[in-house]
Write a new protein. Sequence first.
Length: 204
Amino acid sequence: MDTTRTLSEDMLAASPAEQFSRWFDEAVAAGLPEPNAMVLATASAEVHTRCRTVLLKAHGPDGFVFYTNRTSRKGTDLAGNSWACVLFPWYGLGRQVTIEGTVTALSTEQSEPYFHSRGRGSQLGAWASRQSQVIASRAVLDDRVAELERRWPDGSEVPMPDFWGGYRLEPQIIEFWQSRESRLHDRLRYRRTAGEWVIERVSP
């Protein structure tokens, strides 16, 4: 882990979206594996916390976008509790970004362009997997894929399932964490207050 870098208030961009873009571009340029992988934490109706890794597919001032099966555990969690947190673990650079905020589902019209940009295998996989549900064996999944390949052969368009789509996390808190020696890390946080971003330094 790189502990030679620093992070100070005068280094930050005016907006967290711009600061995230800077760090994301540096993670990509550094050749980190899956720099768009983020750990998504949600809470169920019973307030059981759960986390898993998903892939960031778009980001900007309006939020952070990912896609998934809406009947999965994360989908049902978000339907009942829209507050979530994501973490980008860029260990090779000694950095983490943590984002907290509310999540809203994208419409069918907003989700379809990305669905149709995916590889055909991934499109069929979205139909085949009833994500998070128990299945008897791998063969069950493979049989579903084979059936779908017959239903939509090569050259035909695979429609987007109505149980699949995108989500956008609108940030309320974004923390940029830079590792330093002796665990005296730099932690700078943007917090939205009355429509404006306030920058705070947090003790490590």
